[in-house]
Design a protein around this ligand. Structure first.
Ligand code: SF4
Length: 371
């Protein structure tokens, strides 16, 4: 294959007007040029959308009335429709959004001491088919637009009284297979006179789409997280079929070459599955593999779901695995499981109807348009 991109799938249904949401500054400037408008108008519009949170052009009162009317004829400001909001006992909240074409995606708000993280989706479904992942069960439908990605951030913020401080591109989908839209969205959320997120507060998580990792490093200094989950080619491929295309060694080599800004580390996500990759020999192999890479490891004890056969490791096994890495000088944390009672935990998005035993079944939100 010449390009690693996932086919875009059906285009989002919309009216014919151009959506200015999620459009970069350069994009808005280019859009305004044929309308005979000055360049600085683009920044004015951007401020209205992201700083003053205008939902209509009519609100943009420092633009002339005629200009606002013209904008309304040729452009629009899209929004997502919140169809379901499920709070977890631990304070996290799963947000289910309906897109213009009726498809659904999910974001998760995760409050922690001193920060509020938003986990954002980048595709409807996912083509990567990771064996442990619920999103994978529904397959891939289409890429999200930059607007649909940025709108998750804006609208999740509207729902919270705390400022969203961190964005992780770790929801449904493989972000590097929707590269252009993701890069636009990442640029837009960083505008100082807009949402003003620092690149230090944005993390993109990938299964290791090697050619795109290189491009990402060239284009953006945001944080990189790589899902590893296996310490041999065979073990990784058994869990992540994409590893047959981009091997463990190729992914690690791409990490070694990744242009890391000063003091940044690559995060390696490692889902621990009972009896599969949770023993200390595995930890020792992982430490060896990461030699020479500025790395930290984020261990994720598996969140069991009725949709897969994998089991969660014992707490003791998690502690021993972590200690084995620490003993070998690898910075290691264990991700606290958040939101598993509402199927919002890592690897559970897109399951819609799951619930932990003992809790009432959640309202079923179908992944396909109704009617
Ligand atoms: S874990 Fe991530 S990359 Fe793998 S199938 Fe699930 S959503 Fe896709």
């Amino acid at each position: 294959m010449t390009s690693p991109d996932t086919p875009a799938g059906p285009a989002p249904a919309s009216d014919d007007r151009v959506d200015l949401k999620g459009m970069t500054l350069a994009g808005i400037e280019a859009f305004l040029r044929p309308l005979g408008k000055e360049r600085f108008r683009a920044r004015q519009i951007l401020k209205w959308i992201y700083q003053r949170r205008a939902r209509t052009f009519a609100e943009m009162t420092d633009l002339s009335k005629d200009f606002r009317a013209e904008l309304d004829r040729v452009a629009r400001l899209s929004r997502l429709e919140l169809v379901h909001r499920q709070g977890s006992d631990d304070g996290s909240a799963k947000l289910v959004w309906r897109l213009d074409d009726g498809l659904r995606i999910e974001s998760v708000l995760i409050p922690e001491e001193g920060r509020l993280t938003l986990c954002v989706s980048t595709q409807v479904g996912c083509a990567m088919a990771c064996r442990f992942c619920v999103t994978a069960k529904g397959g891939f439908t289409r890429n999200l637009t930059a607007a649909e990605i940025v709108n998750q951030v804006i609208q999740a913020q509207e729902l919270s009284d705390r400022r969203v401080s961190n964005i992780v591109l770790m929801g449904m989908g493989e972000p590097l297979l929707n590269f252009d839209a993701v890069m636009d969205a990442v640029e837009v959320v960083q505008y100082e006179d807009g949402l003003n997120f620092s690149h230090r507060k944005i993390t993109l998580s990938t299964v290791g789409i090697v050619p795109r990792m290189k491009e990402l490093g060239e284009r953006s200094p945001i944080n990189l997280a790589v899902s590893l989950h296996g310490t041999t080619q065979a073990a990784r491929e058994a869990l992540m079929p994409i590893s047959g295309r981009f091997s463990l060694e190729e992914v690690l080599e791409a990490c070694r070459r990744f242009p890391l800004p000063q003091r940044k580390l690559i995060t390696f996500e490692y889902i621990l599955l009972r009896g599969i990759n949770d023993d200390v020999e595995d930890a020792a192999r992982l430490a060896r593999l990461l030699r020479g890479i500025p790395a930290k490891v984020n261990l994720i004890p598996y969140n069991p779901t009725p949709l897969t056969e994998y089991r969660r490791p014992t707490d003791g096994a998690v502690r021993e695995y972590q200690q084995a890495l620490l003993d070998r000088g690898v910075q290691t944390s264990v991700r606290t499981t958040r939101g598993d009672d509402v199927a919002a935990a890592c690897g559970q998005l897109g399951g819609y109807a799951q619930a932990r035993p003992g809790r009432p079944t959640l309202p079923v939100v179908p992944a396909v348009p109704e009617g």
